[in-house]
Design a protein around this ligand. Structure first.
Ligand code: KG4
Ligand code: ZN
Length: 357
């Protein structure tokens, strides 16, 4: 019988210090034995966003404790693991190097394999921990730094169908929250504010909704929110702005996802398939419901990771470690931290002016 693999995963690409132990089940899925995530909300609150040096210092202070806690919670000993995986990019270099260096040191001291993981691949494969999904599938990755439609063709094989040409969707949520006066990190709070508001109250723009295929844009929406935020005073208006913003984003994702579904179908002999959403913004329940319904209408099977696997965590990193190790894709200990590491290396860099849509 083939040995079931157990990996330690470590994640420090931004403001979450996370460690997790994941083991394979008999049927080839993953069992999360522990999943410890420590957020740095208090460190960054007064600055209204993540300060790289402060984030790195907090990672250094916590990383040992978090890894120890993950091992303890798994009821295993460090020597029982088969390998160590860590996020090597994309992200803040000063932060990445903390988790990456620690992972390399543990792997070297135990003489176990080391796997460098792309954080985005962690999100992309996260639904595979608990669902049997075959390649290819359509992925909408919506996080603090990324907004992309990707065809997931295999481990390390991605074709980008569309991306944001300016801000990431999570950034738009966080900036809107800030303008409304919600403390960092505001994205999840917008969802709560929106429940109390009238989503039809403000008419907000949907940039490039009728052009650019499944590429997206949020800069114009952000500017519109900025203008309105200067004029509103009452709590009711704040709730209405949060609700109107969230509804606009839902509509943009709905329209663009439909286009991406058609593109995926065309690329894959008109077969429908699985539609996955991942990343922090995928924990938004309104967005989940809207896209789930669209998938059903479009005859796609929606497989969305549970909410605790949508935001940054190390279970998804451990899982990619297992998947890559099974393909002999482990790395040498000199693997560098990478600030930029696109999943589809062939896709053009889309940010900035002069983009033809
Ligand atoms: O994937 P993630 O945890 O970190 C990155 O890799 O970026 O995503 C974080 C982003 C933040 O912008 C946060 O505000 C947003 O996800 N987010 C949400 C919700 N929960 C997290 N946005 C909207 N609704 C939510 N419920
Ligand atoms: Zn992330």
């Amino acid at each position: 019988m083939k040995k079931k693999l157990t990996f330690l995963g470590i994640e420090t690409s931004c403001d979450e210090t996370a460690a997790s132990i994941v083991t394979e089940t008999d049927d080839g899925l993953g069992q999360i034995l522990s999943n410890v995530v420590s957020s740095q909300i208090n460190e960054h609150k007064e600055f209204g966003g993540v300060v790289p040096e402060l984030a790195a210092r907090a990672h250094i202070e916590k990383i040992d404790l978090i890894i120890n806690e993950a091992i303890k919670k798994s009821n295993l000993k460090l020597k029982d693991i088969d390998g160590v995986a860590a996020t090597a990019g994309p992200g803040l270099i000063v932060c990445l190097t903390v988790g990456l260096g620690t992972a390399k040191a543990i792997a070297a001291s135990l003489n176990k394999p080391f796997v460098a993981v792309n954080h985005l691949e962690g999100h992309a494969l996260s639904p595979k921990i608990i669902n049997r999904i075959s390649f290819p599938y359509l992925l909408l990755l919506i996080s603090g730094g990324h907004t992309q439609f990707l065809e997931v063709q295999g481990i390390g094989k991605y074709k980008r169908l569309g991306t944001t040409i300016d801000d990431a969707i999570g950034e738009a949520f966080d900036k809107t929250a800030k303008l409304i006066g919600i403390e960092f990190p505001g994205g999840p709070q917008i969802e709560n504010f929106a429940k109390k508001g009238d989503e039809t109250y403000f008419d907000l723009p949907k940039p490039i909704i009728n052009k650019g295929g499944c590429n997206l844009s949020f800069a114009g929406l952000k500017t519109a929110v900025l203008k309105i935020s200067k004029k509103i005073n009452t709590e009711k208006e704040k709730f209405d702005l949060a609700a109107s913003f969230q509804k606009t984003v839902e509509d943009i994702l709905h329209t663009k996802s439909k286009i991406a579904m058609d593109m995926f179908r065309n690329n894959n002999n008109n077969n429908t398939g699985v539609f996955v959403i991942a990343g922090g913004v995928a924990s938004n329940k309104r967005i989940r419901n809207k896209l789930k319904n669209l998938a059903i209408v479009e005859k796609y099977k929606p497989i969305f990771p549970p909410i605790n696997l949508c935001s940054d965590n190390a279970a998804m990193i451990a899982w990619v470690g297992i998947e890559k190790f099974k393909l002999n894709l482990n790395n040498k200990l000199d693997f560098p931290a990478k600030a930029r590491w696109p999943l589809d290396e062939n896709a053009p860099f889309m940010k900035g002016a002069g983009i033809k849509l």
